[in-house]
Design a protein around this ligand. Sequence first.
Ligand code: UD1
Ligand code: UDP
Length: 388
Amino acid sequence: MNHILHVVGARPNFMKAAPVLAALERQQGFRQTLVHTGQHYDANMSEIFFQQLGIPEPDFNLEVGSGSHAQQTAQILSRLEPVVLEQKPDLVLVYGDVNSTVAAALVCTKIGIPVGHVEAGLRSFDRTMPEEINRLLTDQVADLLFTPSIDGNQNLEREGIDKNKVYLVGNVMIDTLVRLLPKAGDETLRELIEGDGQAQSQPSFSVGGRLPFELVSGPYALVTLHRPSNVDDPEMLREIITTLNEISAMLPVILPIHPRTRQRLSGLRLDLDFDGARLKLIDPVGYLQFLALQRRARLVITDSGGIQEETTFLGIPCLTVRENTERPVTVTLGTNVLVGQDMMRLREEVERILAGAGKKGSIPPLWDGRASERIAEIIKEWLGPRND
Ligand code: UD1
Ligand code: UDP
């Protein structure tokens, strides 16, 4: 049996690995091992996704935790190597663009184990983003590169990567979305709502706790923020939160807050006018809850990579608080608008959407829920039969 070892570590890896694990399982003839680096470790950044997405328990947890880029990457390098040496997989699959992705790719390529990169070829052309460095380096050493959209193939070709290693398969994150959309109904929001559905109408700016029923029962904006360029600079973060507070006078704003952002906010003194403000900060939520919140949202404001894609698939207007995106099809075909770090523009775009002039979009080719099946087929062929 061919042996595939998967390495995951951070929240967006889980949605990408889940369908690939399942597709390889369905193919039969594969032994699979799952390694969690422990880059993300809070229950609501990790464990909840294993439960909701039906991912098997990891066979190994490297428990690397948080640290500087060098510390975190180094811990993954030194803790993963003995596992891979002992397991001797035929192929290691890495996902996306987080530190766990590049570290695992480097470990394996140095000891001669083939690496497959799921979500290869995406480029923001902004090397100040840690993820761009992770993407460039991972693609340089990968033996099999699975791209979600044609721009990925074009980027890889420009970088001189052998075309024969690159496969356009579509978007695995959308596989998970398609599978779980029927389970992400309003009932999944019940646990987030306070007072068993009783209306609680106090305007609020508070962190944690539950959502007032009133907030999710009408139009609202759903927001996520965690890019260092937005949240690690106190002035930028202050400006963004102040703007969201102003926007909340137009429609309620729900912000499930990433642990990085929570930490940065705790060091910030905010001087906000709460009159009429309906900005609600809650803990990060599970995948089903976030999907249910997205599909009901009037608009989404984000700096996440995956959420630009999910809103495009769902047809929900998305305002991305970044100067660039490694996912250009969400802008050219989808509902995504890059507003940059210009908060005036953000307010204007919100007004435009509320006036009914939000961007309409279409679903990019091959974002059809079957990308992981295509990956499993290609891997089967690539590895060939193994007689043991
Ligand atoms: C990481 C990825 C980013 C991805 C994001 C998804 C890198 C370089 N960054 O960013 O590409 O978009 O995950 O969410 O790999 N923390 C906790 N609990 C946790 C995890 C983190 O409290 O379970 C806090 C720690 O203070 C930590 C900080 O969040 O220092 C940042 O975590 P880290 O994994 O370094 O980067 P993210 O910002 O999560
Ligand atoms: N997500 C979630 N709960 C939240 C926020 C996001 O389940 O509170 C999901 C979201 O639906 C998407 C993924 O997390 O599937 C995106 O991950 P994230 O924004 O952390 O990382 P990025 O895509 O920017 O690398």
